[in-house]
Design a protein around this ligand. Structure first.
Ligand code: ZN
Length: 499
């Protein structure tokens, strides 16, 4: 007879100082048993030191199973089941199917189990407990939570920590929004001004001058957001306004499931729009659809002017400061240039005779850079906002990890209790999983907050070109966003009026 003895010491065993679980003690016990029961047998030793028993990803156990496959021995002996596997489902499948099929006898000394003498079903030990263990040991907890959050979203219920500016959570039902009149008035005004043709930069300036509180300030005062104002004061910003102007929530729709979170530590990614969960007429609209559509139309129009692609970026945008005529672009001899057709009509001295396009471009770009810098140093503010959002996200990730660990700990305690019962050290065991459920709820709440925070970081990261000092190229978008008109005056003096 060829016998394999298997020993395992886990990290927890080391800490518990339980001498009977040390490799040496396990070996003594197993060798004694073999000597007494199978004095003629040849013994093969397998062991894993410092490995958890929750999976089979252990070198010793892998070598043991390889030996089983190669029919190198016909009996396996362990001190107790948990040495071989802590996952009782997996243990069951080995004891009931794999070992019998391979003709391998299995003996667990402390469990008084010997497959040769056991005719019943191992898993019958306690079917209910098996289910409980399965639940406790369910590997993909986050997957389950994700599925349940999605199910809630599909029912048209809002799952987020802060509703959009203009709404608050319904005190009767946290999945519903109710209109916050003061905030809604600001939202309506914003849409009206933008639909009326004002730029977001201009609106931001007016709101800031009038002292209209931006969402960040309102949330801060309500205690929803903890972060202090960056740069000394809360201000309206172009980027935040654009987000509001594009938010379908204001016509009463709820759009969820835009981002997908793979794992806690992973970055989230934008999902296929087909997967978005849209609930129309979820809450009372603040903006009528007509106004909303008008605003969206303006987004689509900007940057798509009548101009042909091969034309110079400033064509159609520059006027003569003297006669007001639109300057013409010519590509004659030398560097392409702009000139005023009024020269041939009015014969005025002040009309633009020649201004080279690269020079005009440089001057305008420089002025735009200056202008952006004057717009309240928005880039610095943005950077500070980004840093604060990232810090918040990191803190939430850490909390999630901590709760995750606490769940594992709670599970291990349940498991230990069952083992004590299975080994006859205790008369009963506590099957309550309330502790774990409570932790899971907490985890779920943290995940919601985390996904909100990550959302914010992502949105902030998307805001770049227009507000950054890194504006290095004159583009259609830049001109559309900031420039109302450009005039060239005598002496080729360039004057820009801003949106
Ligand atoms: Zn002119």
């Amino acid at each position: 007879m060829n016998i394999a003895i298997y020993m395992r010491l886990s990290k927890e065993d080391e800490f518990s100082h339980e001498e009977s679980n040390s490799i040496t003690m396990q070996r003594l016990l197993l060798r004694d048993y073999v000597r007494e029961h199978f004095p003629q047998a040849k013994v093969f030793e397998f062991s894993d030191d410092g490995y958890s028993g929750t999976n089979f990803d252990r070198p010793g156990v892998q070598a043991l199973l390889d030996g089983v496959k190669n029919a190198e021995f016909n009996c396996i002996i362990v001190k107790d089941f948990s040495r071989f596997a802590r996952d009782y489902i997996e243990l069951g499948s080995y004891l009931e199917q794999i070992f019998p099929f391979m003709g391998v006898r299995f003996i667990s000394i402390n469990d008084k189990y010997d497959s040769d003498q056991y005719s019943g079903n191992v898993a019958d030990i306690d079917v209910n407990f098996k289910n409980l263990l399965y639940d406790l040991y369910s590997k993909d907890l986050s997957l389950k939570i994700k599925a349940s959050v999605r199910a809630v979203k599909e029912q048209g219920k809002a799952v987020c920590s802060t509703p959009p500016f203009g709404y608050t959570k319904d005190p009767q039902d946290r999945h519903k929004f109710v209109t916050a009149e003061d905030e809604a008035a600001v939202v309506r005004r914003l849409f009206k001004m933008y639909a009326g043709g004002m730029s977001t930069v201009e609106i931001a300036r007016i709101f800031n001058e009038e002292g209209v509180k931006p969402p960040s300030q309102v949330w801060h005062e309500k205690g929803i957001r903890k972060a202090d104002p960056k740069g000394g004061a809360f201000v309206w910003q172009h980027s935040g306004m654009l987000r509001m102007l594009k938010n379908r929530a204001y016509v009463g729709d709820l759009v969820q499931g835009v981002y997908e979170c793979q794992k806690i530590r992973d970055d989230r990614r934008v999902t296929d729009p087909e997967k978005w969960i849209i609930t129309e007429n979820h809450h009372e609209p603040i903006i009528d659809r007509e106004t909303f559509d008008k605003v969206q139309e303006r987004f689509q129009k900007s940057g798509r002017k009548w101009k042909r692609r091969d034309q110079h970026v400033l064509v159609g945008r520059v006027n003569c400061g003297c006669c007001g005529h639109n300057l013409r672009h010519s590509t004659g001899i030398g560097q392409p240039y702009y000139w005023c057709p009024g020269l041939n009509i009015y014969h005025m001295d002040g009309c633009v005779k020649r201004i080279e396009d690269f020079y005009l471009e440089e001057v305008i770009l420089f002025q735009i850079q200056q202008h952006i810098m004057e717009l309240g140093e928005s880039d610095k503010l943005l950077q500070a906002e980004k840093e604060a959002a990232e810090a918040e996200t990191e803190a939430l990730r850490k909390k999630c990890r901590d709760v995750d660990k606490a769940i594992d700990k709670e599970k291990a305690q349940r498991m230990a209790e069952f083992e004590a019962y299975a080994l006859g050290q205790k008369k009963s065991y506590d099957v309550s999983i309330d502790g774990v459920e409570k932790l899971r709820k907490k985890y779920e709440g943290l995940m919601e907050q985390l996904s909100e925070a990550e959302d914010k970081v992502r949105q902030l990261n998307r805001v770049k070109v227009h507000e950054s000092f890194a504006v290095t190229k004159l583009t259609e978008e830049l001109l559309d966003e900031y420039v109302e008109s450009i005039e060239v005056h005598p002496g080729n003096e360039v004057r820009i009026s801003w949106k």
